[in-house]
Design a protein around this ligand. Structure first.
Ligand code: GAL
Length: 375
């Protein structure tokens, strides 16, 4: 399994800049100049499935074959989230394939409420689980969560919502059994922008004013994935020398229905001026597509639409030309890495404090390949 330590590069939640509202409004202290904002997104690495499988087998074997008796507690921020549903299903299957007993894997729904999730973590601590895998409701609660889990002597693997760089540093400084597994959201944002750049100004500048007019639909604003995808998708356009104009930038909280409403309103207000719709994830892109259809617009002809995650439905739309593209958010690699890290902790081995993975750009050219993989 390829892993990269990108601790310095991923100075994520430190960058408390909210990009909601056009014009990248800075609502809190901006990042110091030497942090992530200055860094380029990491380059994609080749996937190495065979190598990954070998490493996983070795990890499971090293645990002495007694994983069946180990208890795993998994906290998901919200079960109704499409992407996290793929993630948790794969995580459970993979844990079982590695030798854990299904009865000893407990996965709970935080219902997008930190207090609920904190109670669930307390229950897992009382139950003396052997390892915790946590997708926090609020990344900013990580310090409190870490303190109580470390105090209880339970190793901890954070997934999907990255705690701050300071928090990750604290784990390293104290030598705690705590790690984070996830992808660098800047890479996904950059890929979204590149897919638009690759179409060429002439195709995208439908009103011929020399600028790309776009609307942005953001995920949960506390989530660094939303912040970085918003920033880096547009940055890819400006880096390519394109002039951009943000018509609307609103929070859709990763939800299809919210995005549908936002895009319907924006299309009503800005009509044919809207050339590109950037959505921080596919669920929202599917909502945007409903609004685009309802407005009588046609993706690829008089508007462009990109998302992230590579949900099956989005991939089918990419194949049909009704979405311009998406970015594969590799839930296989992330869930397997999280489980492997958990096994290493159980086995008394350490983990790096950051375990990364790569996104994959998806256009009509490779959508079938990715669809075959995720279906
Ligand atoms: C992102 C994903 C979103 C949503 C979010 C939850 O990585 O793209 O669809 O699942 O995580 O934190």
């Amino acid at each position: 399994m390829k892993k990269k330590i990108i601790g310095v590069i991923l100075a994520t939640a430190m960058v408390a800049t909210l990009f909601t509202g056009c014009g990248s409004k800075t609502e809190e202290a901006a990042a110091p100049a030497d942090t992530a904002q200055e860094e380029a997104a990491p380059e994609a690495e080749d996937a190495a499935p065979a190598e990954a499988a070998d490493a996983a087998d070795a990890t499971a074997e090293a645990a002495g074959g007694d994983l069946a008796s180990k208890k795993v507690g998994v906290c998901i921020y919200q079960f109704s989230d499409n992407f996290m549903t793929l993630f948790r299903t794969e995580l459970e299957n993979y844990l079982i394939a590695q030798g854990f007993s299904k009865d000893n894997i407990t996965i709970v729904d935080g219902q997008n409420d930190q207090a609920t999730q904190t109670g669930q973590i307390d229950n897992f601590i009382n139950d003396k689980v052997d390892v915790l895998i946590i997708n926090p409701v609020n990344s900013s609660s990580a310090e409190t969560i870490t303190d109580k889990v470390v105090e209880a002597g339970i190793p901890l693997v954070y997934i999907n919502r990255e705690p701050s760089k300071d928090e990750e540093q604290r784990w390293a400084d104290n030598g705690w059994n705590v790690t984070y597994v996830g992808c660098d959201a800047r890479q996904s944002g950059t890929m979204q922008g590149e897919m638009i750049v690759d179409l060429g100004l002439e195709a995208v500048d439908l009103n011929g004013d020399g600028k790309i007019q776009y609307i942005m639909v953001e995920g949960d604003p506390e989530n660094v994935d939303a912040q970085y995808r918003t920033e880096f998708s547009v940055k890819a356009l400006t880096d390519a020398g394109l002039e951009v104009e943000c018509l609307s930038d609103q929070v859709g909280n990763w939800q299809q229905a919210e995005a549908q409403q936002i895009v319907a309103n924006a299309l009503g207000q800005y009509t044919t001026d809207v050339e590109v719709v950037f959505c921080n994830n596919d669920a929202m892109a599917l909502g945007a597509l409903q609004a685009i259809d309802a407005a009588g617009r046609k993706v690829g002809t008089d508007i462009y639409l990109v998302g992230v995650d590579a949900l099956s439905e989005a991939l089918e739309n990419v194949l049909a030309g009704t979405m311009t593209g998406t970015v594969f958010n590799d839930h296989f690699s992330q869930s397997h890495s999280a489980a492997d890290a958990a096994i290493r902790f159980i086995n008394g081995e350490g983990n790096d404090n950051y375990i990364g993975c790569d996104y994959v750009k998806v256009t009509q050219d490779n959508a079938q390949e990715i669809l075959d993989m995720v279906k």
